[in-house]
Design a protein around this ligand. Structure first.
Ligand SMILES: Cc1cc2nc3c(=O)[nH]c(=O)nc-3n(C[C@H](O)[C@H](O)[C@H](O)COP(=O)(O)OP(=O)(O)OC[C@H]3O[C@@H](n4cnc5c(N)ncnc54)[C@H](O)[C@@H]3O)c2cc1C
Length: 324
């Protein structure tokens, strides 16, 4: 009774990376508990995803039905409730994504089982999961224990476990749609992609990213000069975008863009997980921050602990000098 369900997430024709990350985590837990990992895949025309999930799971339960062509939390929830009641997994792992945080708490309430969100790691103590969540921008870890239950629902933060190599060949089991009546309470209308502004930071090779440490809009020119000297584009944390110092399409992070530059220079950015989730694809991260304990240094390959108002102009000068 230590089986683990992982909800496979896909959007706009792509199986999302978070699925493979959580399947990897589930595999590690199952190794400890002796259970099996089942990827639950709801969709329409999803054979390719099933194959991919099978290399990370012991089994893939596939419900291929037009009802699941696009994400609809009401339909997903009904299907999962039926499957969980029938299969009785011990853990149900769902991505802490836009879809996941819409679905998972409501699913747990309907099943009347323990739930926690935004989990960065899970261990098993005896039969029970113990989850870790972070507080105060990642400075403090909280240990979450649960009351006794047959099933636990956990929403797992994206990028908290790196996706493994796969290498399994799980059984792909196609089953009938457990939801037999049309779901009308919620309806999918359309995906609306955010407009791409004059600079598409998802395509930038180098990014100079500005955080609240810049303190005032009047200091922005030093960042622009540095970016120009480096031949980089400017991006920002949400704090800077919220202050109106750079437009929304420059925001990096969970509610902004995911970027994958060769070099990401984080200036005056604390490194909240909502931000660093967006830079997991960067080759090299360099951070400038006056606080040596800022969480950004956990992600940075190189760090400068000093006042950015001193470091940035000096760096610009040096780059100009070297170029000239
Ligand atoms: C649902 C949700 C979604 C979110 N999505 C995003 C997102 O997509 N992207 C995002 O970025 N955030 C996001 N956030 C906000 C996130 O939690 C942080 O609040 C935000 O990233 C903080 O921005 P910051 O690092 O610029 O500012 P702060 O956390 O205030 O950090 C400023 C840093 O600057 C340093 N500093 C100050 N002065 C200097 C100086 N003179 N020299 C050098 N260093 C200095 C400080 O030590 C500090 O580390 C989201 C939050 C929520 C709740």
């Amino acid at each position: 009774m230590h089986d683990i369900f992982v909800l496979a997430e896909h959007r706009e024709g792509e199986l999302r990376e978070v699925t493979l990350e959580i399947l990897t985590l589930a595999g590690q837990l199952a190794e400890q508990s002796g259970g099996k990992v089942t990827a639950v895949l709801l969709g329409s025309g999803i054979d390719e995803y099933a194959g991919k999930c099978a290399s990370f799971a012991d089994r893939v339960l596939v419900v291929d039905d037009p009802m699941y062509k696009d994400y609809n939390s009401a339909a997903y929830q009904q299907a999962l409730v039926e499957l969980i009641k029938a299969e009785k997994p011990h853990l149900v792992l769902i991505g802490n994504t836009g879809q996941g945080v819409d679905l998972a708490p409501s699913l747990a309430v309907e099943l009347d089982v323990p739930y926690t969100s935004d989990v960065v790691s899970v261990t098993l103590e005896g039969d029970k999961p113990v989850a870790t969540r972070q507080y105060y921008g990642g400075k403090i870890d909280g240990r979450i224990e649960f009351k006794d239950a047959d099933v636990y629902v956990l929403a797992i933060r994206e990028a908290s476990t790196p996706a493994g190599e796969g290498g399994k060949s799980g059984e792909i089991q196609k089953i009938d749609n457990p939801v037999t009546t049309e779901v009308t309470v919620r309806k999918f209308l359309e995906y609306v992609e955010a407009a791409i502004g004059e600079v598409d930071i998802t395509q930038s090779t180098m990014l100079v990213s500005v955080g609240r440490g810049i303190r005032d809009e009047k200091n922005m020119p030093i960042m622009e000069e540095l970016a120009e000297a480096m031949g980089a584009d400017l991006s920002a944390s949400r704090a800077v975008v919220d202050a109106g110092w750079l437009p929304t399409d420059r925001q990096v992070g969970i509610s902004g863009k995911t970027v994958s530059p060769k070099l990401y220079l984080a200036v005056g950015i604390s490194g909240a997980f909502q931000h660093v989730t967006g830079i997991k694809g960067a080759d090299v991260v360099v951070a400038i921050n006056k606080d040596p304990d800022a969480p950004i240094f956990q992600y940075a390959d190189y760090g400068i602990v000093d006042d950015l108002l001193k470091v940035v102009p000096a760096l610009t000068e040096k780059i100009k000098e070297m170029k000239g």
